[in-house]
Design a protein around this ligand. Sequence first.
Ligand code: SAH
Ligand code: MG
Length: 211
Amino acid sequence: MQIESAIQRLIDSTPGFMPKNEGAYLHKLALRSPGSTEHPLVEIGTYCGKSTLYLACAAKVLSSTVITIDHHKGSEENYPPFPFFDQRLRHRVTQDLETLDTYRDSLRLSGLDERVIAVVGDSNRYAKFFPQDTAAFVFIDGGHSSIQSWSDFIDWSPKLIKGGVLAIHDVFDDPAKGGRPPFEIVTALRHSRAFVELDQVGSLAAFIYSS
Ligand code: SAH
Ligand code: MG
């Protein structure tokens, strides 16, 4: 199932950190998940909605819903000295990062707004109110510090239903290419009997929750 060209153009022009080949794989993974009206696709780390749009396209086909969670203040690595600070996304009053407006624009323009529920808040606090054994797909791409990556994994992987797909972004085997926590989580998943690994495309790793 291809993404419509107008939506792909919108995705391409949306700020974010999702290379096209990995976005295509994210879309494919979501389509193969057991997403349905009862079982949503969950994303941790919305930013401006680039990856959310790939998931929303799949949710439309599955008659499912994307629940995307972000406090929209950016992660540690979105601020200097890291190279990912985007001056265009400064909040007009506080001057720190603010991604909610850009996210809203992207979703409105896509026509997929109704497929997505955006939760504006902390991923771990929200996890306390979200039932276990509910999500067909969990995509972890929030804060990439060790504590944040691991707490997202610990809080959100139990939300999956059996047969659900867990996708982890920014997994780099080579420490020179990126931070360690996502790679460490994936290494732990490879040792777990509860998860079966699917292909990794670029830095996007995926597993099926099998028991
Ligand atoms: N998935 C996006 C990129 C996400 S960047 C894309 O592919 O385009 C990581 C995001 O995680 C940032 O927007 C940041 O605000 C968010 N984030 C970091 N820590 C968080 C937390 N504890 N709760 C909610 N969101 C968080
Ligand atoms: Mg990422």
